[in-house]
Design a protein around this ligand. Structure first.
Ligand code: FAD
Ligand code: NAD
Length: 467
């Protein structure tokens, strides 16, 4: 009889967990994945990346039909009507297809799905429901959940105050929506409901939106979202909430203290961040402690302090992003299999899927200077990009930050309709250690939005052609 039931048990089937399980199986390891949801794919596929992008796409089409964009290009249609049931239906179909796709990939790769909550009995034994399963290696990929706001009770079951999961499933367009938190979720889901007709106010504790992004981008984002009709209450905190008769009343105070005001809404979205899922794992049984932020610490091979227990994704430090979790999932499986799995955490792109999209990779200008670099910066406005001008989507810019001595690209920030796609080029260039000159002398197809990247790279030396 084999010493263990499995070579690897992965707990959690989000982008970190399912990818780790598939790669482990591909490498010949007998693998199981524990998942408590009814469908595979974790937060990302069920209540995160995928449903939010479906609603962003649908609401963008509605806005384009509604705001004269189609008419400007000679496509005349009667005033569009919103069929929210159909829009939500398309979202549900996409989620079903993609989560079903993971179930198919598990079968194809012979990954066993152990259905239920997983908890450690010891470092080689995981309890799932009534049964226990042993494995030589266990990977924790339990992801994250919404951070609650003290004093503000979320009710995703038709209530007035919701989190991202509730805001993805609204069956009506709110008249007045207040978003608490001007981060990625607040701006993406706030954009969805604004486009569909809600009056949206974003309350943000800090003095700018999108913490962690480049300063120029954060300022530009504030301008863009205000112009689109969002009201922004920056440097403001929510100190209380009450719900009565389908309306919420929120108490707001200046972040630095001062006079309170109240604001009413028929929908409140709480989006102040996410926290790692470790409760219920019974980490005490293996003697594994979390850090002050509740995360599981690992070394660069994704080993925890406990031999044969590994961790990846939102549950460990680093940006809470699906592609970061996926890359860590591949790397951890390769390391378990005795290969060399590496993730370059200095080059993880991030994208906000609003219109225009906002994307970045590498260092912000502020962080580059703080790290001691003397920097050269090249900027190029989308207004001067011929394809953007032709498509009438000229909002935004490309900003490339290079080291002044070596010319190596340290980071790049893009605000553009296609920023999420454009940023991949810079990520790849950075992986190859590119200089701004390397990008400037790479031939880019014309006319494309990506030419703005070449121009921004040329602007690092002060020699852009089109401005
Ligand atoms: P998760 O995807 O959170 O998966 C963990 C899984 O583990 C869950 O299914 C959970 O049920 C399961 N689990 C937890 N504990 C146990 C247990 N004890 N036993 C069994 N199962 C357990 N990121 C992007 O990169 N791009 C985006 O566009 C994007 N959009 C997002 C939109 C929203 C609204 C949200 C909320 C998040 C979004 N994210 C996005 C973030 C992204 O979803 C996460 O970074 C990603 O899902 C993390 O993957 P993971 O595998 O670490 O964990
Ligand atoms: P976030 O960290 O992006 O933003 C939270 C915001 O809330 C911050 O700006 C913070 O300053 C603010 N805040 C915190 N406490 C507050 C308070 N009491 N009052 C007012 N504002 C307050 O978090 P999020 O938007 O909830 O997203 C969670 C995670 O999900 C992020 O880490 C993000 O990476 C991930 N995500 C990614 C994408 C994407 O990649 N497109 C989309 C959605 C979510």
């Amino acid at each position: 009889m084999a010493e263990f039931d499995f070579d690897v048990i992965v707990i959690g089937s989000g982008p970190g967990g399912y990818v780790a399980a598939i790669r482990a199986a591909q490498l010949g390891l007998k693998t199981a994945c524990v998942e408590s949801r009814d469908t595979l794919g974790g937060t990302c596929l069920n209540v995160g990346c995928i449903p939010s992008k479906a609603l962003l796409h649908g609401s963008e089409l509605f806005e384009e039909a509604n705001d004269g964009t189609l008419a400007k290009f000679g496509v005349k249609i009667p005033a569009p009507e919103l069929d929210l049931v159909a829009m939500q239906g398309e979202k549900a179909t996409a989620v079903k297809e993609l989560t079903g796709g993971i179930a198919f990939l598990f079968k194809k790769n012979k990954v066993t799905w152990l259905k239920g909550m997983g908890a450690f009995i010891d470092k080689h034994t995981v309890q799932v429901g009534d049964s226990q399963h042993t494995a030589k290696n266990v990977v924790i990929a339990t992801g994250s959940s919404v951070t609650p706001l003290p004093g503000v009770t979320v009710d995703n079951d038709g209530g007035v105050i919701v989190d991202s999961t509730g805001a993805l499933a609204l069956d009506r367009v709110p008249q007045k929506m207040v978003v608490i938190g001007g981060g990625v979720i607040g701006l993406e889901l706030g954009s969805v409901w604004r486009r569909l007709g809600a009056q949206v106010t974003v309350v943000e504790f800090l003095d700018q939106l999108l913490p962690g992004m480049d300063g120029t981008v954060r300022k530009e984002a504030a301008k863009i979202f205000k112009k689109q009709g969002m009201e922004l209450k920056l440097s403001t905190k929510v100190t209380g909430a009450s719900v009565d008769g389908g309306k919420a009343t929120l108490t707001l105070e200046p972040a630095a203290g001062g006079e309170a005001e109240t604001i009413e809404a028929d929908c409140v979205l709480v989006a102040i961040g996410r926290r790692p899922n470790t409760e219920g794992l019974n980490l005490d049984a293996i003697g594994l402690a979390t850090n002050q932020r509740g995360q599981i610490e690992t070394d660069h091979e994704f080993r925890t302090k406990i031999d044969s227990v590994w961790a990846v994704g939102d549950v460990i430090p680093g940006p809470m992003l699906a592609h970061k979790a996926e890359d860590e999932g591949i790397a951890v499986a390769e390391n378990i299999a005795g290969e060399t799995g590496i993730v370059n955490h200095a080059v993880i792109p991030s994208v906000v899927y609003t219109m225009p999209e906002i994307a970045g990779v590498g260092l912000t200008e502020e962080a580059a200077k703080e790290a001691g670099h003397t920097v050269k910066v090249g900027n190029f406005p989308m207004m001067a990009n011929s394809r953007a001008k032709t498509n009438r989507d000229t909002e935004g810019f490309v900003k490339i930050i290079a080291d002044a001595e070596t010319d190596r690209v340290l980071g790049a920030w893009v605000v553009a309709s296609l920023a999420g796609t454009m940023i991949a080029q810079i990520a790849q260039a950075m992986e190859f250690g590119a200089t701004s000159e390397d990008i400037a002398y790479t031939c880019h197809a014309h006319p494309t939005h990506s030419e703005a990247i070449k121009e921004a790279a040329m602007a690092v030396r002060g020699l852009p052609i089109h401005i």
